[in-house]
Design a protein around this ligand. Structure first.
Ligand SMILES: [Zn+2]
Length: 101
């Protein structure tokens, strides 16, 4: 098997694992009571998933990116990655914008 074929096989396995995890997360979330879902949303809304600090929205091109100024994390909401990709140089632009390099 070539290295490229091996990488493709690995990517297929990872995609299958991600689909499984996505479905498990949806199922677990759907089984929570409404008040528990509301409590979790209130607790975590606009909080950094890594350090817990408050997130700030920063306009980057057409997307409001969530930025943690405490640990430097940068987060995208569902669908925002799709809004950015396909535009030439978006990733390098994002690095310069958020890292200041
Ligand atoms: Zn953080």
């Amino acid at each position: 098997m070539s290295r490229r074929a091996g990488e493709q096989d690995n990517e297929i396995e990872i995609r299958e694992e991600l689909a499984k995890r996505r479905e498990q997360a949806r199922l677990r979330h759907s089984q929570l009571r409404t008040d528990e879902r509301d409590r979790l949303k209130l607790l975590h809304w606009m909080r950094c998933p890594k350090c817990g600090a408050e997130l700030s929205e920063v306009q980057f091109r057409s997307v409001k990116v969530d930025k943690c100024f405490n640990c430097g994390g940068v987060y995208l909401d569902d669908g925002e990655l799709e809004q950015l990709t396909g535009k030439p140089g978006w990733f390098e632009g994002m690095l310069r914008f958020f890292r200041g390099v």
